[in-house]
Write a protein that binds this ligand. Structure first.
Ligand code: G1P
Ligand code: ZN
Length: 542
């Protein structure tokens, strides 16, 4: 019943990036490509007698890839697969199922916030038995294996009906088709004060949740509308579509513009939120006010104790290095630990497993806690709702009070997309070479105090990750960070992160781009961005 498919030469190595392997869908659909990567996963993590979770964000090829992965799993001796109905699982729900069922890990099919469709992106990532993304040592081993494989086994069988919940078999392997939403919704109910949030909705509180035709639709409808009693129609774009309805399922002010327009209109709802392709990112907006992800992390850290799941307080707060230091100020005030990690959720895993951090966040619209080992869009949105229900203040009032108490970290990220990869590498290299000469230099009226290439030593296992982004720090704590994206699929994406601290309560009402103007000019000058990339302005500003 199993036959071996032979490719005479090894298939070109497939290097996983910041979060798994992402490529154009057509590449994944090409001969042996998906199979090569899946077999590499299996060879590295082992298969005999093991149980894995499987699911994805519903993008084009999700259902076909699931059938292939199940046939390969059966041929490799996997004992059991737990798969979401319709091969659907949000990334945080997959992480939860891995932990809840004590499985040996899981395969998640998603290219996150990248568009989907035959001409867009697809992706595959492996999460470990703790529910978190595979660490670099494991993804490196998988990569190496992709360069060696010349054949893989495939079980001969028909497609599994994934629309029916229940147990089926593929040869000797058990397949449990489960409801993708219910266990996750129960977990959310255990963390947050649902009766209080329900009462807030009953009293007329209005919300708009934009699921961007991606995976969170069914989750948001069940939790917000069915369990919390938000008005029907609160969730828009709530049906996951293979091409996300042609949308770019990335919850930021640029791609969730319809939501932004509504929140800034006179009759806008009290609270707005959006989530990405696979449900791990979130954007929150108040009426007439945008909450930057770095500020969101800080506000959540300062108020988490208002939710039952965090009533005992937090062990620590972790943020990725390019994320603003707003959360650090809260950690200092609370007297709890703070951590600065490289970009990518996998770096939070050890801190969460060791109980040293409870909340984590990234400037890229990612927030989460130790309830799973992924960032979690709906979780962040529900924690905000819990805080709003307890404090009975508007988002604008909560932010103003926060900045007055802690000061404000003006923050923005500028992305230069699809830049020539060779030129981008040359630019970063030149900047690295210049680092030792920068401290003491004056630019745009600012004095550079420190300049380095961020290296991280994991405080739990001692592993070292080098070259994680160039940091240039100015007098007073203003900062420029530059790094190249590890998730793009076309050329290189240069990310420039800009930050300036202003103590509260004065001067808190500037537009961030105005407040950051000299720092933006300094970044262009220091890195010769135009000279290397040919660009004078970024493609996306968040
Ligand atoms: C981006 C974000 C990063 C996030 C990752 C996965 O990675 O910047 O914070 O963890 O997506 O969602 P990048 O493209 O910058 O490597
Ligand atoms: Zn995502």
């Amino acid at each position: 019943m199993t036959h071996h498919i032979v490719a005479t030469t090894p298939i070109a190595g497939q290097k996983p990036g910041t979060s798994g392997l992402r490529k154009k869908t057509a590449v994944f659909m090409g001969r042996h490509y998906l199979e090569n990567f899946v077999q590499s996963i299996f060879d590295v993590v082992g298969t005999t007698g093991k149980t894995f979770v499987l699911g994805g964000d519903g993008r084009y090829f999700n259902d076909r890839a699931a059938q292939v992965i199940m046939r390969m799993a059966a041929a490799n001796g996997v004992a059991r697969i737990i798969i979401g109905k319709g091969a659907i699982l949000s990334t945080p729900a997959a992480s939860h199922l891995i932990r809840l069922n004590k499985t040996d890990g899981g395969i998640i099919m998603s290219a996150s916030h990248n568009p989907g469709g035959p001409d867009e992106d697809f992706g595959v990532k492996f999460n470990m038995s703790n529910g978190g993304p595979a660490p670099e040592s494991v993804t490196e081993a998988m990569y190496k294996r992709t360069t060696e494989i010349t054949s893989y086994p495939m079980f001969d069988g028909q497609d599994i009906d994934l629309d029916k919940i229940g147990r089926v078999h593929l040869g000797p392997m058990i397949i449990d088709v489960v409801d993708p939403v219910s266990d996750y919704a129960t977990l959310m109910e255990s963390l947050f004060d649902f009766p209080k949030i329900r009462a807030m909705f009953q009293s007329g509180f209005r919300m708009r949740m934009d699921s961007m035709c991606a995976v969170t639709g069914p989750y948001a409808i069940e939790i917000l509308e069915n369990r919390l009693g938000a008005a029907k129609g609160t969730v828009v774009n709530g049906t996951p579509l293979p091409d996300f309805g042609g949308m770019h399922p990335d919850p930021n002010p640029t791609w969730a513009k319809a939501l932004m327009d509504e929140m800034f209109s006179d009759s806008g709802p009290d609270f707005g939120a959006a989530s990405d392709g696979d449900g791990d990112r979130n954007m929150v907006v108040g009426r007439g006010i945008y909450v930057s992800p770095s500020d969101s992390l800080a506000v959540l850290a300062a108020n988490a104790h208002l939710a039952p799941g965090y009533a005992k307080g937090l062990a620590g707060v972790a943020r990725s290095m390019p994320t603003s230091a707003a959360a650090d100020r809260v950690a200092d005030a609370l007297g709890i630990a703070k951590f600065e990690t490289p970009t990518g959720w996998k770096f939070f895993g050890n801190l969460l497993d060791a109980g040293r951090a409870t909340l984590c966040g990234e400037e890229s619209f990612g927030t989460g806690s130790d309830h799973v080992r992924e960032k979690d869009g709906l979780w962040a949105i529900l924690l905000w709702l819990n805080i709003l229900a307890v404090r009975r203040e508007s988002v604008a009032e909560i932010l103003a009070a926060h900045w007055t108490k802690y000061g404000r970290n003006y923050y923005s990220r500028h992305d230069f997309e699809a830049v020539d990869a060779g030129r981008a590498d040359a630019m970063v290299q030149a900047l690295r070479d210049a680092l030792p000469s920068l401290p003491g230099r004056e630019i745009e009226g600012l004095r550079i105090t420190e300049a380095d290439d961020f290296a991280y030593t994991d405080p739990v296992d001692g592993s070292v990750s080098k070259s994680q982004g160039v940091r240039i720090v100015f007098d007073g704590g203003s900062r420029i960070v530059m790094r190249l994206s590890g998730t793009g699929t076309q050329g290189a994406t240069l990310r420039v992160y800009l930050e300036r601290y202003a103590p509260g309560p004065e001067g808190l009402d500037h537009d961030p781009q105005d407040a950051l103007a000299p720092i933006i000019r300094a970044a262009h000058e220091l890195a010769s961005i135009e000279q290397y990339t040919g660009r004078t302005a970024p493609d996306v500003v968040t």
